[in-house]
Design a binder for this molecule. Structure first.
Ligand code: MG
Length: 253
């Protein structure tokens, strides 16, 4: 990546937010589609589930809804296909079917380059955090197994912490709050963070939280789906971001 692009992105962010400078303390990583290559499984499960219930949700569209609650996604499709929202009972039935399908999928692999990037981030003195809408019970164990010695539980935001979820800025605001609680000596603001996201709604949440947001386009959507939500910088893979970390960091520190 051209250094000029990174410089421009940072200058644009500072101009828009009014901060004098970036001073990076922590990097908030989304999980699905960023740390794990799990979005294919979600998209396939959503598509097959909707077809089973006589509704249509193409796989690519599932990527547009990534980050939404199950009920939110079901209602959008129901409104479009049938002209009315789904009942509570339908939502439960459809979502359970989707979860069962997803759980039958082979376990998603670590995203290529993700661990190497996290090691670099940590070595730069930046604290890696996870901010996810996922609420799997085995989340922490799975993260620690795949990314040993990277994450701290007190600095993790999951489905259990939030009320609204993305695209609401809440999860990222909570991430900053948790960081503040753990490092009580530091008084932090959004310019002390970056967000790393693969989904349009996730980018929207990061930007709404006032944080410099780096999009990693690991799915089938056009780059513009992420840039139009306000992403400050875009990479096409975690490996590419990993390879360019030093350049990015030099402008964020
Ligand atoms: Mg994601």
């Amino acid at each position: 990546m051209d250094k000029k692009l990174v410089k421009q992105a940072v200058e644009g962010y500072l101009q828009k937010t009014g901060y004098g400078q970036m001073s990076l303390n922590a990097a908030m990583f989304d999980m699905d589609g960023v740390l794990f290559d799990s979005m294919k499984n979600h998209a396939k499960s959503w598509h097959q589930t909707m077809a089973h219930f006589g509704l249509d949700l193409p796989e690519w569209e599932a990527y547009m809804h990534e980050g939404r609650t199950g009920a939110g996604t079901i209602n959008i499709v129901s409104m479009r296909e049938r002209g009315h929202e789904a009942t509570e009972e339908e939502i439960e039935r459809i979502y359970r079917y989707k979860s069962d399908l997803f759980n039958q999928c082979p376990k998603a692999e670590r995203m290529l380059g993700a661990y190497e990037l996290l090691v670099k981030v940590k070595a730069s003195g930046v604290v890696p955090m996870v901010v996810t809408g996922s609420g799997q019970k085995t989340l922490l164990e799975r993260l620690n197994r795949n990314f040993p010695n990277i994450f701290q539980e007190e600095l993790m935001v999951t489905a259990f912490d939030v009320k609204y979820g993305k695209p609401n800025p809440e999860p990222y605001l909570m991430g900053m709050e948790k960081f503040n609680k753990v490092f009580t000596s530091a008084q932090v603001s959004p310019n002390n963070f970056i967000v790393v996201e693969n989904a349009p709604l996730g980018v929207q949440a990061g930007v709404a939280a006032g944080v410099f947001t780096i999009a990693v386009n690991t799915g089938p959507l056009p780059d513009d789906a992420l840039l139009s939500q306000g992403a400050n910088l875009l990479f096409h893979s975690m490996q590419e971001f990993c390879d360019e970390w030093q350049i990015v960091f030099s402008y964020l520190a």
